[in-house]
Structures are given as structure tokens and as C-alpha cells.
Design a protein around this ligand. Structure first.
Ligand SMILES: Cc1cc2nc3c(=O)[nH]c(=O)nc-3n(C[C@H](O)[C@H](O)[C@H](O)COP(=O)(O)OP(=O)(O)OC[C@H]3O[C@@H](n4cnc5c(N)ncnc54)[C@H](O)[C@@H]3O)c2cc1C
Length: 428
């Protein structure tokens, strides 16, 4: 914690982190007439929304790419603002009878009592052909093997229940925003007071409010506010990058430590011309990365092809053991071989390791086998009337997604407004 005495800046509410959750929360609080300050460690806004415009003729997403599901909470906001959306690659088109079959499977209480992994659940039904096929359909296209191994079946089945209740299936409708997620970030941040390059290191609750110690490019900074919303990623919380005084309640710390996040390595290759000859936009290969997709499949001009390589968990970490140039060259060679074009190397190659990113430290959150079913609610629970929690990991529905993060910010903002009314009532 910095020991100098930096100048102090005061606001009604501080939001830590300017991703989808932080911007959503700040927007609602500012619209309610509060003086809100967003503190962001990076030199850009958006967090895991990271669009590059310098790599290809179209925007290239190094983080989130798709707006999942027709009922995405962000969709009406973006439609009202005139954003163009394009129906994108569906990671999964469920078969005709999928929903009723899944409904009756869930009704027949397939949700395991004990907390096993999704992989173990799939194995348990391996000899029951219809059930095995159903589970393959529910999880096969959506998750990498490591996710199946490290995700709680109870949580995964609960999510399927929520999806059915909402009359949608996660992999069914994926939309793209041709202008790039970066333009959405700009839209959400419009008129907000956001400070970039502000790495928050310490959050203290004192009589009457919150004191935040941060580090900016010119040294330590101090901020005061009546309430604060933490929206930093789970990996950052798990790593203890932000210290709290007094220490967080044991239940909150336990929730942070009980959840998990898997590394994701996303590679992007840009080729001159149309080099994709497959019927499907997604291909699996060996060696790593094992998944590739044609990111400009859906309607972009074909004078160039943007291809994404995707590696999760152990696979990502294995690839990152090599120097970046070697790893990228190896992946490019594997891709060129898959395309049958060893003579046609990519024009541009880049990657982002979200596990190595110090302001993410992972990709998105998972509930591992053994964790309590309400773990995300525990992570979301306010800490008294002063500290509130948002971010994809706290979202009870659509966690891991931009839509879930956005909804979590709205929920946390509503909690702040409630707490402020309570405090005013108590004081009068
Ligand atoms: C590779 C990848 C692909 C994805 N694909 C999709 C997809 O196609 N569709 C989809 O819906 N979702 C996708 N997601 C998930 C989606 O990106 C996230 O769920 C969502 O963007 C998270 O928003 P957030 O606000 O919770 O967190 P973030 O966007 O991570 O925002 C948190 C912010 O806190 C900041 N921060 C961290 N530490 C500090 C600190 N000490 N002080 C101040 N600020 C700090 C960070 O810099 C960051 O800006 C993907 C994620 C990844 C990594």
C-alpha cells in the first residue's frame, strides 16, 4: 500500500473496473444523478472486450466475439442505439426434439445430488444411448474437454434449466457486431467519468465511507466515496491483487477461492484472399490449438480471411511454454497445413493470453465440482452497505458472458441505490 499522502478525490460511488459490468453499473448510477467515478487499471476501457482495428480490414476481437442468445440483456440497448448486428456462427443448432428431451431429462432429476464434474456425468450415462446423445448435444459443441472436467455438473444442469426457462439455448443464436465490441464500449462509456491507468491496490472501509488507494502513472492516488462496486475479474481477486481493510468476510473469501477460472489463449491470423475451403466455419485439428474458426465467415468481404485459434487450460499453458514467435509460427504452420496452403503464410499473426494478462488472470469463471450451488450468489452478496460486487463471475445467469456481466452491473447498481436509501432513512 502506498505510504505517501496523495491528494484525495471524492465522489458518491467508485466503480473499480471498466468492463461491461463496471460501465453498466456506472451508467445506471450516473443516470440516477450520482457522482460516479470509474477507476480502470489498463490504458483502455472494455476489459475483456478488446477490439483491434489495425490487424485487418474488419475489426478483430482479441476478447469476446459473439453476443450470445436472442434474449441477451444488451441486445435491446444496442438496438435502441442503432448498432448493426449480424447473425453469426452458431456454436450449436439443437436438433428438433432437443428441448422437450432435455426438459424431460431434467425433470427426471438427472441433476446429480453429489457434486461431480460434467465429464463424470457424461460418462455415467455413456451406456444409455439416448441420454448420452442428449448430453453430447447439450455440452459437446459448447465446451472444451478441460471445461467438462473442471465444471460442476450441478451448475451446468442448473444453467440448462435457466436457459430452457428463458426459452433459449446458449449456443443457438450468436450475433456479431460488425463495428466491433470496442464501439459498444465507447457507447456504454459515453459521458461517464472514467479514469484509465488507475490500478487499485487497496480498499478500506472507514467511518462514513470508502477509501481507495490506487497507483497511476505519476504515483499513488487516493479516492473517497460513500459506496464502491468491485467488478475486477475473479482471477484478480483470487490473486489478492487488491487488499481490503478490514479483511473481507470469511464467506466472501471462501467464495472467491472456491471458484475457478481457466486460461484461454486466443490467436488471430489474417490471410490475403479467401483461404477457407471448409463447409463449416469451425474446424478441430491436431496439434494445438485444437479449435479454429473462420471469424469473417458471415458476410465480410473475402479479399482477406481472419481465422481464430483457440486453446483452453492445459493446452494454452503448454503452448505458452514456447517463446511467442516459436509458438505463433508453429500454430501458423499447423493452420496452413489444415488449410492445405503451406505456401501461403498469414499476412498478420497475433495472440492474447488472458491467463497471463495481469488484469484478468484467467478467462472467465467456472464453478468446479464440489463447490456449493449458490457460490455465484455468495460472490455477488454486498459487503455491508459500502462494498458491492459485479462482474461475470457474480452473474447467476449467463455468467462467463458479456450479457451476464452487463446484467450483474445493473444488479449491483440497484443494490447501491437501495443501500443509499436505507442509509438516508437511518440518518433521518
Ligand atoms: C478470449 C475470450 C473470449 C470470450 N468470448 C466471449 C463471447 O464470444 N461472448 C461473450 O458473451 N463473452 C465472451 N467472453 C467473456 C466476456 O468477455 C466476459 O464475460 C465479460 O467481458 C466480462 O466483463 P466484466 O466487466 O465482468 O470483466 P472485465 O471485462 O474483465 O472488466 C474488469 C475490468 O477490471 C479491470 N481491473 C483489473 N484489476 C484492476 C485493478 N486492480 N484496478 C482497477 N481496475 C482493474 C480490468 O482491466 C478490466 O477492465 C470471452 C472472454 C474471453 C477472455
Amino acid at each position: 500500500m502506498p505510504n505517501a499522502h496523495p491528494p484525495t478525490t471524492s465522489s458518491d460511488v467508485i466503480v473499480v473496473g471498466a468492463g461491461a459490468a463496471g460501465l453498466s453499473a456506472a451508467r445506471r448510477l450516473a443516470d440516477a444523478g450520482l457522482d460516479v467515478r470509474v477507476l480502470e487499471a489498463r490504458d483502455r476501457l472494455g476489459g475483456r472486450l478488446h477490439t483491434r482495428h489495425d490487424l485487418a480490414g474488419v475489426p478483430v476481437e482479441l476478447g469476446a466475439e459473439f453476443m450470445h442468445t436472442a434474449a441477451n440483456p444488451l441486445r435491446p440497448v444496442l438496438r435502441a442505439a442503432g448498432f448493426e448486428e449480424r447473425r453469426g456462427v452458431s456454436s450449436h443448432l439443437p436438433s428438433e426434439s432437443f428441448r422437450p428431451r432435455l426438459e424431460s431429462f431434467l425433470a427426471a432429476s438427472c441433476t446429480p445430488e453429489e457434486s461431480i464434474s460434467v465429464e463424470a456425468l457424461v460418462q455415467r450415462h455413456a451406456t444409455d444411448a439416448p441420454a448420452a446423445q442428449l448430453l453430447e448435444e447439450a455440452f459437446g459443441a459448447q465446451r472444451g474437454r478441460e471445461e467438462l472436467r473442471r465444471t460442476s455438473a450441478t451448475d451446468a444442469m442448473h444453467e440448462l434449466e435457466l436457459e430452457l426457462a428463458d426459452d433459449e439455448f446458449m449456443g443457438e443464436h450468436n450475433f456479431r457486431l460488425p463495428a466491433g465490441w470496442g464501439t459498444v464500449v465507447d457507447h456504454l462509456a459515453q459521458g461517464l467519468h472514467c479514469e484509465t491507468g488507475r490500478r487499485v491496490e487497496h480498499i478500506g472501509i472507514e467511518a462514513g465511507g470508502i477509501v481507495v488507494e490506487a497507483v497511476g502513472e505519476n504515483g499513488p492516488l487516493q479516492y473517497r466515496a460513500e459506496q464502491l462496486i468491485v467488478t475486477v475479474p475473479l482471477g484478480v481477486l483470487k490473486n489478492g491483487d487488491i487488499q481490503f481493510t478490514p479483511a473481507l468476510p470469511a464467506e466472501k473469501s471462501a467464495a472467491i477461492q472456491a471458484m475457478t477460472t481457466l486460461d484461454i489463449l486466443k490467436l488471430v491470423f489474417v490471410f490475403d484472399g479467401d483461404v477457407w475451403t471448409f463447409d463449416s466455419p469451425v474446424q478441430q485439428t491436431r496439434p494445438s490449438p485444437s479449435t479454429w474458426w473462420h471469424s469473417t465467415w458471415d458476410g465480410a468481404p473475402r479479399d482477406e480471411t481472419v481465422i481464430v485459434g483457440w486453446a483452453v487450460g492445459d493446452e494454452a499453458r503448454r503452448m505458452l511454454q514456447e517463446p511467442p514467435e516459436v509458438m505463433t509460427a508453429r500454430a501458423a504452420a499447423s493452420l496452413s497445413a489444415m488449410l492445405g496452403r503451406p505456401d501461403h503464410p498469414p499476412r498478420t499473426a497475433t495472440f492474447h493470453s488472458w491467463g497471463a494478462d495481469p488484469f484478468t488472470r484467467g478467462s472467465y469463471s467456472h464453478v468446479p465440482p464440489g463447490a456449493p450451488r449458490d457460490i455465484r450468489d455468495r460472490l455477488a452478496m454486498p459487503t455491508g452497505d459500502r462494498i458491492f460486487w459485479a462482474g461475470e463471475a457474480t452473474a447467476a445467469f449467463r455468467s462467463r458472458t458479456v450479457g451476464g456481466a452487463y446484467a450483474s452491473g445493473a444488479r449491483a447498481a440497484a443494490e447501491v441505490l437501495d443501500a443509499r436509501s436505507r442509509l438516508v432513512e437511518a440518518a433521518s
